[in-house]
Design a protein around this ligand. Sequence first.
Ligand code: AMP
Ligand code: MN
Ligand code: MN
Length: 360
Amino acid sequence: MAGDREAASPHGNTPLVGPGEVVLEPGEPIWKELVGMVADGRRILLVLHIRPDGDSVGCSLAVARCLRGIGSQAVVVAPDPIPANLRFLDPDQECVPPDRLSGSFDLALFFDCADLERIGDARPLLRGIPRIINIDHHPSNRRYGDVNYVAPRAGACGELALALIDALGCALDARSATALYAALATDTGSFRYENTTAVTLSMAARLRQAGADVALIGREVWESRSLGSLRLIRRAIETLGVDAGGELAWMALTAEDLAEAACGPADTEGLVDYPRSLRGVEVAALFVADSPGEVRVSLRSQGRVDVSALAGAFAGGGHARAAGCTVAGELADVRARVLAAARLALGSTAHSTVEVARTR
Ligand code: AMP
Ligand code: MN
Ligand code: MN
């Protein structure tokens, strides 16, 4: 799409911005500065966040590919392995672990990463890099870059990545379109959540036009489970508990549950959608005690409660409707503390009203 009229504006000529939607105007001073810095960078390091998701992997792979098209050397570093259901986005295995990187970089480029705690073992690499650009949509973003483009209203970071690609005048091929479409689809719950705006959908249409393989994305991302991960779902549903008069639902998994199902931490991705899917639930939680002495907590909200504030009370963060935290302690204790805080946020006095299945 380089050089055509769309390159002048991420949204083409039609204003697609409704109430509460983000405007990605290339004319904004910060945007100009950012585009100039990216265009000047010869060797650019794109950094994925830990436990990378479709938004992180899709944005970085697409932008890296586009940057190569305009003569930059772009490398993607992955502090954690790419989950099996996203590996199709990286057929050449260009996402490398931090210890396999060599050489120096002019610029580090971040997408979808709210703070530098979330890059794990990639952090030491930043020492020798003179400039950091931080492009994100988490309201809790810590503005750790030299330039920070944080647009919390962008439903998916993929929208910001596509705007950058356009502003740089980069061509979009089928592979980068597939990566960006996957970024949009995964961050919007397949275009089901409220963060799916007219901008998101018009970008998705454009990506489809540019050759995004939507059937491949559908199959690989959501329909390529291992037998073990299905067993893990069964196990997780056995732990389902409902609380706060039906407005709070949760599930909890231990390291033994994961081991019995031959699953890794990545297989817990999306499990929180089961308690969330129960009619009447306002807040859903998933507790995963997969490393000793700490519990990973995923939180989801239907809208009434800001779960990023709830996660923030336990030193985590995220979005109003999808947030998380890692809490030190044993499963039963952490669960009790987080559920108590959730009940309070819901304004509920009801306690453990229903235990749907065997709970622990
Ligand atoms: P998850 O439940 O892991 O899918 O995460 C949902 C959202 O919460 C994502 O936007 C993450 O960036 C954020 N998040 C998850 N865990 C943490 C954490 N320990 N600290 C800060 N943010 C987190
Ligand atoms: Mn992410
Ligand atoms: Mn995201």
